[in-house]
Design a protein around this ligand. Structure first.
Ligand code: GUN
Ligand code: ZN
Length: 435
Protein backbone atom coordinates (compact mmCIF):
# COMPACT_ATOMS: atom_id res chain seq x y z
CA UNK A 1 0.00 0.00 0.00
CA UNK A 2 1.38 3.39 -0.98
CA UNK A 3 0.39 6.35 1.14
CA UNK A 4 0.80 10.05 0.50
CA UNK A 5 -0.35 12.97 2.62
CA UNK A 6 -1.16 16.57 1.76
CA UNK A 7 -1.12 19.04 4.64
CA UNK A 8 -3.09 22.19 3.74
CA UNK A 9 -6.20 24.19 4.50
CA UNK A 10 -9.12 21.94 3.54
CA UNK A 11 -12.65 22.54 2.34
CA UNK A 12 -15.16 19.75 1.82
CA UNK A 13 -18.94 19.39 2.12
CA UNK A 14 -21.49 17.19 3.86
CA UNK A 15 -24.48 18.78 2.12
CA UNK A 16 -25.84 21.94 0.52
CA UNK A 17 -24.63 25.02 2.44
CA UNK A 18 -27.92 26.75 1.51
CA UNK A 19 -29.79 24.09 3.51
CA UNK A 20 -27.46 23.74 6.47
CA UNK A 21 -24.85 26.16 7.83
CA UNK A 22 -22.66 23.20 8.92
CA UNK A 23 -22.54 21.65 5.48
CA UNK A 24 -19.24 23.33 4.54
CA UNK A 25 -16.41 21.72 6.52
CA UNK A 26 -13.21 23.74 6.75
CA UNK A 27 -9.89 22.92 8.43
CA UNK A 28 -7.32 25.71 8.82
CA UNK A 29 -4.60 23.09 9.32
CA UNK A 30 -5.84 19.93 7.66
CA UNK A 31 -4.56 16.86 5.90
CA UNK A 32 -5.73 14.55 3.12
CA UNK A 33 -4.28 11.06 3.35
CA UNK A 34 -4.37 9.15 0.08
CA UNK A 35 -3.94 5.39 -0.32
CA UNK A 36 -4.18 3.59 -3.65
CA UNK A 37 -5.86 6.48 -5.42
CA UNK A 38 -8.55 6.99 -2.80
CA UNK A 39 -8.96 9.26 0.19
CA UNK A 40 -8.10 7.15 3.24
CA UNK A 41 -8.84 9.99 5.66
CA UNK A 42 -9.19 13.76 5.71
CA UNK A 43 -9.61 16.25 8.53
CA UNK A 44 -7.62 18.19 11.09
CA UNK A 45 -3.86 17.57 11.07
CA UNK A 46 -3.85 17.35 14.86
CA UNK A 47 -6.40 14.52 14.78
CA UNK A 48 -4.90 12.59 11.86
CA UNK A 49 -1.13 13.09 12.05
CA UNK A 50 -0.69 9.72 13.74
CA UNK A 51 -2.36 8.02 10.77
CA UNK A 52 0.38 9.23 8.44
CA UNK A 53 2.72 6.28 8.08
CA UNK A 54 6.49 6.56 8.51
CA UNK A 55 7.44 6.16 4.88
CA UNK A 56 4.65 8.35 3.49
CA UNK A 57 5.47 11.45 1.50
CA UNK A 58 4.00 14.49 3.25
CA UNK A 59 3.58 17.62 1.15
CA UNK A 60 3.52 20.83 3.11
CA UNK A 61 0.91 23.05 1.43
CA UNK A 62 -0.15 24.93 4.54
CA UNK A 63 -0.40 28.26 2.76
CA UNK A 64 -2.76 26.73 0.19
CA UNK A 65 -6.35 25.44 0.10
CA UNK A 66 -7.35 21.95 -1.02
CA UNK A 67 -10.87 21.52 -2.39
CA UNK A 68 -12.46 18.58 -4.24
CA UNK A 69 -11.81 18.61 -8.01
CA UNK A 70 -14.21 20.76 -9.99
CA UNK A 71 -16.99 19.14 -12.01
CA UNK A 72 -18.00 20.88 -15.26
CA UNK A 73 -21.36 19.43 -16.29
CA UNK A 74 -21.52 20.71 -19.89
CA UNK A 75 -18.63 21.34 -22.30
CA UNK A 76 -17.84 20.74 -26.00
CA UNK A 77 -14.25 19.60 -26.58
CA UNK A 78 -14.37 20.09 -30.38
CA UNK A 79 -15.09 23.77 -29.79
CA UNK A 80 -11.79 24.34 -27.96
CA UNK A 81 -10.12 26.07 -30.91
CA UNK A 82 -13.15 28.22 -31.78
CA UNK A 83 -13.70 29.66 -28.30
CA UNK A 84 -14.31 33.42 -28.45
CA UNK A 85 -15.92 33.46 -31.90
CA UNK A 86 -18.39 36.33 -32.09
CA UNK A 87 -21.93 35.93 -33.43
CA UNK A 88 -25.25 37.69 -32.92
CA UNK A 89 -26.76 34.68 -31.12
CA UNK A 90 -26.87 30.89 -30.80
CA UNK A 91 -28.24 29.83 -34.20
CA UNK A 92 -25.93 31.97 -36.39
CA UNK A 93 -23.00 30.99 -34.12
CA UNK A 94 -23.75 27.32 -34.78
CA UNK A 95 -23.96 27.86 -38.55
CA UNK A 96 -20.97 30.15 -38.91
CA UNK A 97 -18.41 28.64 -36.55
CA UNK A 98 -19.55 25.48 -34.82
CA UNK A 99 -20.59 23.17 -37.64
CA UNK A 100 -17.60 23.98 -39.90
CA UNK A 101 -15.23 23.45 -36.94
CA UNK A 102 -16.81 20.15 -35.95
CA UNK A 103 -16.39 18.88 -39.52
CA UNK A 104 -12.64 18.70 -38.89
CA UNK A 105 -13.13 15.89 -36.36
CA UNK A 106 -13.70 13.38 -39.13
CA UNK A 107 -9.88 13.38 -39.06
CA UNK A 108 -8.65 11.19 -36.20
CA UNK A 109 -5.42 13.17 -35.86
CA UNK A 110 -7.35 16.42 -35.33
CA UNK A 111 -9.55 14.70 -32.76
CA UNK A 112 -6.62 13.14 -30.87
CA UNK A 113 -4.59 16.36 -30.79
CA UNK A 114 -7.55 18.50 -29.69
CA UNK A 115 -8.62 15.95 -27.05
CA UNK A 116 -5.16 15.94 -25.45
CA UNK A 117 -4.98 19.72 -25.37
CA UNK A 118 -8.55 19.92 -24.03
CA UNK A 119 -7.86 17.49 -21.17
CA UNK A 120 -4.75 19.42 -20.18
CA UNK A 121 -6.70 22.68 -20.25
CA UNK A 122 -9.38 21.19 -17.97
CA UNK A 123 -6.72 20.02 -15.51
CA UNK A 124 -4.97 23.40 -15.59
CA UNK A 125 -8.33 24.87 -14.56
CA UNK A 126 -8.79 22.38 -11.71
CA UNK A 127 -11.57 20.46 -13.47
CA UNK A 128 -11.21 16.73 -12.88
CA UNK A 129 -14.59 15.56 -14.20
CA UNK A 130 -16.59 16.94 -17.13
CA UNK A 131 -19.62 15.98 -19.18
CA UNK A 132 -18.24 16.31 -22.65
CA UNK A 133 -19.89 16.61 -26.05
CA UNK A 134 -17.83 15.15 -28.88
CA UNK A 135 -18.84 15.49 -32.56
CA UNK A 136 -21.07 13.27 -34.67
CA UNK A 137 -18.01 11.16 -35.58
CA UNK A 138 -17.56 8.15 -33.32
CA UNK A 139 -13.78 8.45 -33.51
CA UNK A 140 -14.09 11.85 -31.82
CA UNK A 141 -15.44 10.07 -28.74
CA UNK A 142 -12.70 7.45 -28.88
CA UNK A 143 -10.14 10.27 -28.96
CA UNK A 144 -11.61 12.00 -25.91
CA UNK A 145 -11.86 8.81 -23.86
CA UNK A 146 -8.32 7.81 -24.86
CA UNK A 147 -6.96 11.18 -23.68
CA UNK A 148 -8.91 10.94 -20.43
CA UNK A 149 -7.90 7.32 -19.80
CA UNK A 150 -4.25 8.25 -20.24
CA UNK A 151 -4.55 10.53 -17.19
CA UNK A 152 -6.94 8.20 -15.32
CA UNK A 153 -9.67 10.83 -15.11
CA UNK A 154 -13.34 10.26 -14.36
CA UNK A 155 -14.92 11.65 -17.51
CA UNK A 156 -18.35 11.39 -19.04
CA UNK A 157 -18.64 11.86 -22.80
CA UNK A 158 -20.60 10.91 -25.87
CA UNK A 159 -20.80 11.11 -29.61
CA UNK A 160 -23.27 13.75 -30.77
CA UNK A 161 -26.41 12.47 -32.49
CA UNK A 162 -27.89 14.63 -35.23
CA UNK A 163 -29.71 13.55 -38.35
CA UNK A 164 -31.35 16.75 -39.65
CA UNK A 165 -31.12 20.56 -39.76
CA UNK A 166 -27.36 20.57 -39.93
CA UNK A 167 -24.93 20.36 -42.87
CA UNK A 168 -24.97 17.05 -44.74
CA UNK A 169 -21.35 16.38 -43.74
CA UNK A 170 -22.31 16.25 -40.03
CA UNK A 171 -25.35 14.00 -40.28
CA UNK A 172 -25.79 10.50 -38.94
CA UNK A 173 -29.00 8.46 -39.31
CA UNK A 174 -31.23 6.93 -36.66
CA UNK A 175 -29.60 3.57 -37.38
CA UNK A 176 -25.93 4.64 -37.60
CA UNK A 177 -26.34 6.91 -34.58
CA UNK A 178 -27.82 4.02 -32.63
CA UNK A 179 -25.16 1.55 -33.73
CA UNK A 180 -22.24 3.91 -33.10
CA UNK A 181 -23.57 4.89 -29.66
CA UNK A 182 -24.14 1.23 -28.72
CA UNK A 183 -20.59 0.38 -29.81
CA UNK A 184 -19.14 3.26 -27.77
CA UNK A 185 -21.19 2.31 -24.70
CA UNK A 186 -19.84 -1.23 -24.93
CA UNK A 187 -16.27 0.04 -25.34
CA UNK A 188 -16.16 2.86 -22.81
CA UNK A 189 -18.99 2.92 -20.27
CA UNK A 190 -17.56 1.94 -16.89
CA UNK A 191 -14.28 1.08 -18.58
CA UNK A 192 -11.91 2.21 -15.80
CA UNK A 193 -13.12 5.68 -14.86
CA UNK A 194 -14.78 6.46 -18.21
CA UNK A 195 -18.57 6.76 -18.49
CA UNK A 196 -20.84 7.24 -21.49
CA UNK A 197 -23.41 9.96 -22.17
CA UNK A 198 -26.03 9.50 -24.87
CA UNK A 199 -25.80 12.87 -26.64
CA UNK A 200 -28.64 14.01 -28.92
CA UNK A 201 -27.38 17.54 -29.68
CA UNK A 202 -30.79 19.22 -29.22
CA UNK A 203 -34.34 18.56 -30.35
CA UNK A 204 -34.10 20.54 -33.64
CA UNK A 205 -31.27 18.36 -35.01
CA UNK A 206 -32.89 14.98 -34.31
CA UNK A 207 -35.82 13.43 -36.17
CA UNK A 208 -38.53 11.63 -34.23
CA UNK A 209 -36.98 8.37 -35.41
CA UNK A 210 -33.65 9.38 -33.86
CA UNK A 211 -35.27 10.39 -30.58
CA UNK A 212 -36.99 6.99 -30.52
CA UNK A 213 -33.60 5.34 -31.01
CA UNK A 214 -32.32 7.39 -28.05
CA UNK A 215 -35.23 6.21 -25.95
CA UNK A 216 -34.42 2.58 -26.79
CA UNK A 217 -30.71 3.01 -25.93
CA UNK A 218 -31.48 4.84 -22.70
CA UNK A 219 -33.90 2.09 -21.66
CA UNK A 220 -31.39 -0.62 -22.50
CA UNK A 221 -28.66 1.10 -20.45
CA UNK A 222 -30.23 2.45 -17.26
CA UNK A 223 -27.01 3.83 -15.78
CA UNK A 224 -25.59 5.78 -18.71
CA UNK A 225 -25.81 9.56 -18.77
CA UNK A 226 -27.98 11.54 -21.19
CA UNK A 227 -27.02 15.06 -22.22
CA UNK A 228 -28.63 17.67 -24.44
CA UNK A 229 -29.54 21.35 -24.67
CA UNK A 230 -32.89 22.85 -23.72
CA UNK A 231 -34.50 26.30 -23.68
CA UNK A 232 -31.28 28.23 -24.27
CA UNK A 233 -32.43 30.89 -26.70
CA UNK A 234 -35.83 32.33 -27.69
CA UNK A 235 -35.36 31.72 -31.44
CA UNK A 236 -34.45 28.12 -30.65
CA UNK A 237 -37.53 27.73 -28.42
CA UNK A 238 -39.79 29.04 -31.22
CA UNK A 239 -38.13 26.67 -33.70
CA UNK A 240 -38.78 23.66 -31.44
CA UNK A 241 -42.40 24.74 -31.05
CA UNK A 242 -42.82 24.68 -34.84
CA UNK A 243 -41.05 21.31 -35.18
CA UNK A 244 -42.91 19.56 -32.35
CA UNK A 245 -46.33 21.26 -32.27
CA UNK A 246 -47.90 18.47 -30.23
CA UNK A 247 -45.54 18.82 -27.27
CA UNK A 248 -46.50 21.13 -24.43
CA UNK A 249 -43.02 22.64 -24.21
CA UNK A 250 -39.45 22.20 -25.42
CA UNK A 251 -38.60 20.12 -22.35
CA UNK A 252 -41.68 18.02 -22.99
CA UNK A 253 -40.13 16.79 -26.26
CA UNK A 254 -37.42 15.05 -24.22
CA UNK A 255 -39.99 13.85 -21.70
CA UNK A 256 -42.04 12.33 -24.52
CA UNK A 257 -39.05 10.14 -25.42
CA UNK A 258 -38.37 9.19 -21.76
CA UNK A 259 -35.16 11.23 -21.70
CA UNK A 260 -35.81 12.89 -18.34
CA UNK A 261 -34.38 10.82 -15.52
CA UNK A 262 -31.46 10.60 -13.09
CA UNK A 263 -28.16 11.22 -14.88
CA UNK A 264 -29.90 13.23 -17.63
CA UNK A 265 -28.26 16.66 -17.84
CA UNK A 266 -29.75 19.56 -19.82
CA UNK A 267 -27.66 22.58 -20.74
CA UNK A 268 -29.03 26.09 -20.09
CA UNK A 269 -32.69 25.69 -18.90
CA UNK A 270 -33.26 29.44 -19.19
CA UNK A 271 -36.67 29.59 -20.88
CA UNK A 272 -38.40 26.82 -18.90
CA UNK A 273 -41.71 27.36 -17.14
CA UNK A 274 -42.51 26.16 -13.63
CA UNK A 275 -44.16 23.00 -14.88
CA UNK A 276 -40.95 22.13 -16.73
CA UNK A 277 -38.87 22.87 -13.62
CA UNK A 278 -41.12 20.69 -11.46
CA UNK A 279 -40.83 17.92 -14.04
CA UNK A 280 -37.02 18.16 -13.87
CA UNK A 281 -37.22 17.92 -10.07
CA UNK A 282 -39.65 15.00 -10.20
CA UNK A 283 -37.54 12.98 -12.62
CA UNK A 284 -34.14 13.91 -11.17
CA UNK A 285 -33.02 15.48 -14.45
CA UNK A 286 -30.33 18.11 -13.91
CA UNK A 287 -29.90 21.66 -15.19
CA UNK A 288 -26.40 22.70 -16.27
CA UNK A 289 -26.25 26.47 -15.83
CA UNK A 290 -23.68 27.97 -18.22
CA UNK A 291 -23.34 31.65 -17.30
CA UNK A 292 -20.35 32.68 -19.43
CA UNK A 293 -22.02 31.20 -22.49
CA UNK A 294 -25.43 32.70 -21.74
CA UNK A 295 -23.95 36.17 -21.38
CA UNK A 296 -21.64 35.81 -24.38
CA UNK A 297 -24.39 34.57 -26.76
CA UNK A 298 -27.00 36.85 -25.19
CA UNK A 299 -29.18 33.82 -24.48
CA UNK A 300 -30.79 35.03 -21.25
CA UNK A 301 -30.49 34.93 -17.46
CA UNK A 302 -30.91 31.66 -15.56
CA UNK A 303 -33.49 32.01 -12.78
CA UNK A 304 -31.95 30.79 -9.49
CA UNK A 305 -35.01 31.64 -7.38
CA UNK A 306 -37.34 29.57 -9.53
CA UNK A 307 -34.86 26.71 -9.64
CA UNK A 308 -34.71 26.74 -5.86
CA UNK A 309 -38.50 27.06 -5.40
CA UNK A 310 -39.18 24.07 -7.62
CA UNK A 311 -36.17 22.11 -6.33
CA UNK A 312 -34.84 21.56 -9.83
CA UNK A 313 -31.32 20.12 -9.50
CA UNK A 314 -28.77 22.73 -10.62
CA UNK A 315 -25.09 22.47 -11.49
CA UNK A 316 -22.53 24.83 -13.03
CA UNK A 317 -20.88 24.43 -16.40
CA UNK A 318 -18.64 26.30 -18.82
CA UNK A 319 -20.21 25.32 -22.19
CA UNK A 320 -16.90 26.04 -23.94
CA UNK A 321 -16.82 27.12 -26.85
CA UNK A 322 -20.12 29.02 -26.35
CA UNK A 323 -18.69 29.62 -22.90
CA UNK A 324 -15.71 31.93 -22.76
CA UNK A 325 -13.55 30.26 -20.09
CA UNK A 326 -12.47 26.76 -19.06
CA UNK A 327 -12.27 27.98 -15.48
CA UNK A 328 -14.98 26.97 -13.02
CA UNK A 329 -13.80 29.91 -10.88
CA UNK A 330 -14.62 32.31 -13.71
CA UNK A 331 -17.88 30.40 -14.20
CA UNK A 332 -18.71 31.10 -10.53
CA UNK A 333 -17.85 34.75 -11.04
CA UNK A 334 -20.39 35.06 -13.84
CA UNK A 335 -22.95 32.83 -12.07
CA UNK A 336 -22.85 35.17 -9.11
CA UNK A 337 -23.57 38.15 -11.36
CA UNK A 338 -26.37 36.38 -13.27
CA UNK A 339 -27.97 35.47 -9.95
CA UNK A 340 -27.49 39.04 -8.75
CA UNK A 341 -29.35 40.34 -11.83
CA UNK A 342 -32.28 38.20 -10.71
CA UNK A 343 -32.11 39.56 -7.18
CA UNK A 344 -30.64 36.32 -5.82
CA UNK A 345 -27.57 36.27 -3.59
CA UNK A 346 -25.49 33.24 -4.56
CA UNK A 347 -22.78 32.74 -1.95
CA UNK A 348 -19.29 31.60 -2.87
CA UNK A 349 -19.59 28.72 -0.43
CA UNK A 350 -22.64 27.48 -2.31
CA UNK A 351 -20.94 27.97 -5.68
CA UNK A 352 -18.00 25.82 -4.53
CA UNK A 353 -20.55 23.20 -3.43
CA UNK A 354 -22.36 23.44 -6.78
CA UNK A 355 -19.07 22.89 -8.60
CA UNK A 356 -18.04 19.88 -6.47
CA UNK A 357 -20.22 17.85 -4.06
CA UNK A 358 -23.48 19.31 -5.37
CA UNK A 359 -22.65 18.26 -8.92
CA UNK A 360 -21.54 14.81 -7.79
CA UNK A 361 -24.81 14.35 -5.94
CA UNK A 362 -26.89 15.57 -8.90
CA UNK A 363 -25.01 13.21 -11.23
CA UNK A 364 -25.36 10.18 -8.98
CA UNK A 365 -21.61 10.10 -8.47
CA UNK A 366 -21.47 11.16 -4.81
CA UNK A 367 -20.00 7.83 -3.72
CA UNK A 368 -17.05 8.42 -6.07
CA UNK A 369 -16.20 12.10 -6.42
CA UNK A 370 -17.07 15.61 -5.19
CA UNK A 371 -15.83 15.48 -1.60
CA UNK A 372 -12.75 14.57 0.43
CA UNK A 373 -14.70 11.88 2.32
CA UNK A 374 -12.96 8.56 3.02
CA UNK A 375 -13.19 6.12 0.12
CA UNK A 376 -13.73 8.91 -2.40
CA UNK A 377 -11.53 8.81 -5.47
CA UNK A 378 -8.73 11.24 -4.67
CA UNK A 379 -9.51 13.98 -7.18
CA UNK A 380 -8.64 17.35 -5.70
CA UNK A 381 -7.28 20.79 -6.45
CA UNK A 382 -4.70 22.87 -4.60
CA UNK A 383 -5.69 26.54 -4.77
CA UNK A 384 -3.13 29.29 -4.26
CA UNK A 385 -4.46 32.37 -2.44
CA UNK A 386 -1.33 34.26 -3.50
CA UNK A 387 -1.63 33.34 -7.17
CA UNK A 388 -1.61 36.97 -8.29
CA UNK A 389 -0.52 40.10 -6.41
CA UNK A 390 -4.14 41.30 -6.25
CA UNK A 391 -5.47 37.94 -5.02
CA UNK A 392 -2.71 37.90 -2.37
CA UNK A 393 -3.72 41.34 -1.09
CA UNK A 394 -7.44 40.53 -1.09
CA UNK A 395 -7.18 37.06 0.50
CA UNK A 396 -4.85 38.43 3.20
CA UNK A 397 -7.81 40.53 4.35
CA UNK A 398 -10.42 37.77 4.11
CA UNK A 399 -12.18 37.58 7.48
CA UNK A 400 -14.19 34.44 6.85
CA UNK A 401 -14.27 31.31 4.70
CA UNK A 402 -16.96 32.95 2.57
CA UNK A 403 -14.74 35.97 1.91
CA UNK A 404 -11.80 33.75 0.99
CA UNK A 405 -13.90 31.67 -1.42
CA UNK A 406 -15.52 34.79 -2.83
CA UNK A 407 -12.09 36.21 -3.66
CA UNK A 408 -11.13 32.96 -5.44
CA UNK A 409 -14.42 32.93 -7.38
CA UNK A 410 -14.38 36.58 -8.43
CA UNK A 411 -10.63 37.07 -9.00
CA UNK A 412 -9.41 33.54 -9.72
CA UNK A 413 -8.80 31.58 -12.90
CA UNK A 414 -6.23 29.00 -14.00
CA UNK A 415 -3.48 31.04 -12.30
CA UNK A 416 -5.05 30.14 -8.95
CA UNK A 417 -4.75 26.41 -9.66
CA UNK A 418 -1.42 25.42 -8.10
CA UNK A 419 -1.82 21.68 -8.62
CA UNK A 420 -4.49 19.21 -9.70
CA UNK A 421 -4.67 15.55 -8.58
CA UNK A 422 -6.69 12.70 -10.11
CA UNK A 423 -6.99 9.37 -8.30
CA UNK A 424 -4.17 10.54 -6.05
CA UNK A 425 -1.71 11.30 -8.87
CA UNK A 426 -0.58 14.79 -9.79
CA UNK A 427 -1.93 15.59 -13.25
CA UNK A 428 -1.17 19.33 -13.34
CA UNK A 429 1.48 21.54 -11.79
CA UNK A 430 1.34 25.26 -12.48
CA UNK A 431 5.04 25.66 -11.81
CA UNK A 432 6.02 22.90 -14.24
CA UNK A 433 3.58 24.12 -16.89
CA UNK A 434 5.16 27.59 -16.75
CA UNK A 435 8.66 26.29 -17.41
N1 GUN B 1 -27.36 24.05 -28.97
C1 GUN B 1 -27.11 23.09 -29.90
N2 GUN B 1 -25.80 22.91 -30.08
C2 GUN B 1 -25.19 23.77 -29.25
C3 GUN B 1 -23.81 24.05 -28.96
O1 GUN B 1 -22.88 23.48 -29.52
N3 GUN B 1 -23.58 25.03 -28.03
C4 GUN B 1 -24.59 25.67 -27.41
N4 GUN B 1 -24.27 26.59 -26.49
N5 GUN B 1 -25.87 25.43 -27.65
C5 GUN B 1 -26.17 24.49 -28.57
ZN1 ZN C 1 -23.54 23.37 -25.15
Amino acid sequence: MTQSAFRAKLLTFTGDPAQSPDAAVFHEDGVVIVEDGRVAASGAWSALKDRVSEGASVQDLRDKLIVPGFIDTHIHYPQTDMIASPAPGLLPWLETYTFPTERGFADEAVAADTARFFVDELLASGTTTALVYCTVHKQSADALFTASEAKNLRMVAGKVLMDRHCPEFLRDTPQTGYDDSAELIARWHNNGRQMYALTPRFAPTSTEAQLEACEALAKAHGDIFIQSHVAENLDEVAWVKSLFPRQRSYLDVYDHYSLLRRRAVYGHCIWLDDEDRRRMAETGAVAAHCPTSNLFLGSGLFDFDKAQETQMPVTLATDVGGGTSFSMLQTMNEAHKVARMGGHHLTATRMFWLATAGAAQALDLADKIGTLAPQSEADFVVLDPKATPLLARRTARADSLEELLFAFALLGDDRAIYETYAAGARVHSREQARR
